[in-house]
Design a protein around this ligand. Structure first.
Ligand code: HEM
Length: 393
């Protein structure tokens, strides 16, 4: 099966109806008004304009971000706008410095990735989805202030549980339904109660070597630290577990994995960089970003009125650039659009890149990797593999 067919299968397993509809809407122009849905934006330049014009387009007020407010409170960044959002981002400007990201990723990844490398060396298959979930769970545990101890198996189980909690919460959200029922809110609150208490405890201790202590030292209140920790849980686990295994599969299916890995082992990281950006473009794990218009304007030639919902189809924007091509640069309007743009640009971008580099670097061993089993995850918000098993050829 061709690379595009494997990706299509993941999209259809996740969104059997919405995916074909969104792709058809993408052919109707840079922006199109869809009754009952809002203004759908399919062009990178127009999407970027929306994301940077915060006077006209807001995150709060009926978007997916608001959905989380009853569960996690108002301080999650994604559900904030204007001066409050700017002030909190300013406090966090130096949060994910290169040195701190390296420290976080080293602490979280070294052990699980050493085991992955060892399994591959010994000729045993490795499930890239499981490995990614362990790494993402370890990083998220550190970020929310959760200290994990015990044997290797116990720690892995705790990391998988952390990732599973994010999956369970995000699993409550369905495309096209932008609120949670009282029952869903109660369920989500029950899932995160323990995490919130852990964050509060870490905030009280204020140990600056921990992520939550660091938040406090940057001037975050306890509520803001809890909000940010929950944003990390929601924004930083499912996205990576969607993206990373698919990156491996897309590179493998295009016959590009071995070349990228060989260059990387020889110390030339440029092909790996290009591979990461180009596969992320094709995959665009968060396929839509929502905004609300608070005053009238125009996007991509379509008039927008106050109260309109704006659906940025980052997937359509990214796919409009064409097929997989590691040699073709991304134009400025497209650059990293899958991580957002403007004031809400992904705060965890440096961390996501470091996690991706660490895992891909481990897989870039001397013998070529081949995919020995794969299965799509059905009914998920971020299209993903449920299992992607690789072995050394
Ligand atoms: C493949 C990985 C990831 C992708 C594709 C991704 C994508 C995005 C996108 C598209 C936004 C903008 C949302 C908007 O404008 O409404 C965003 C924001 C955010 N991301 Fe990421 N993200 C990833 C990983 C992470 C990680 C690892 C973390 C941290 C642990 C993180 C934390 C955040 C936070 C806190 C925000 C909110 C920023 C704000 O509203 O000011 N993300 N992300």
């Amino acid at each position: 099966m061709k690379a595009a067919a494997h990706e299509l299968r993941l999209q259809l397993a996740a969104h059997p109806l919405a995916y074909p509809v969104v792709r058809v809407l993408g052919r109707l122009g840079p922006a199109v008004r869809v009754p009952g849905l809002g203004v759908v934006v399919n062009e990178a330049a127009a999407a970027r304009e929306v994301l940077t014009d915060t006077e006209t387009f807001r995150s709060g007020g009926g978007t997916e971000a608001d959905l989380w407010t009853p569960v996690f409170g108002p301080s999650m960044l994604v559900n904030m706008d204007g001066p409050e959002h700017r002030a909190m981002r300013r406090k966090l400007a130096e949060f994910f410095t290169p040195a701190y990201v390296r420290q976080l990723v080293d602490a979280a990844c070294t052990e699980p990735l050493a085991r992955t490398a060892e399994a591959l060396r010994a000729g045993r298959p490795v499930d890239v989805v499981r490995t990614t979930k362990i790494v993402a769970g370890a990083v998220t545990s550190a970020l929310v202030g959760f200290t994990v101890t015990g044997s290797t198996a116990e720690r892995e189980a705790a990391y998988l549980r952390m990732t599973g909690q994010a999956t369970a919460i995000i699993g409550l959200v369905k495309l096209g339904k932008l609120s949670l029922s009282d029952r869903q809110i109660a369920r989500a609150r029950a899932i995160v109660a323990e995490i919130g208490a852990t964050t509060s405890l870490a905030w009280e201790k204020g140990d600056e070597t921990t992520a939550v202590g660091r938040m406090r030292s940057f001037g975050l209140t306890e509520d803001e630290a809890r909000g940010l920790a929950s944003a990390f849980l929601i924004a930083g686990t499912e996205t990576i577990t969607s993206l990373l295994p698919r990156m491996v599969a897309v590179l493998h299916d295009h016959g590009a994995l071995a070349g990228v890995a060989a260059a990387y082992r020889d110390g030339d990281t440029r092909p790996m960089e290009a591979a990461i950006h180009e596969t992320a473009r094709l995959i665009t794990p968060a396929p839509i970003i929502l905004r609300n218009a608070v005053r009238s304007g125009r996007i991509g030639g379509v008039a927008v009125r106050a109260g309109d919902r704006v659906v940025l189809s980052t997937l359509n924007c990214a796919r409009a650039h064409g097929r997989f091509d590691l040699a073709r640069p991304h134009p400025p309007e497209l650059r990293r659009l899958w991580f957002g743009a403007g004031p809400h640009f992904c705060l965890g971008y440096p961390l996501a890149m470091a996690e991706i580099h660490a895992i891909l670097g481990t897989l870039a061993g001397p013998a070529a990797l081949r995919i020995t089993a794969r299965r799509a995850a059905p009914g998920v918000l971020f299209p993903a593999y449920r299992r992607l098993e690789v072995s050394r050829a």
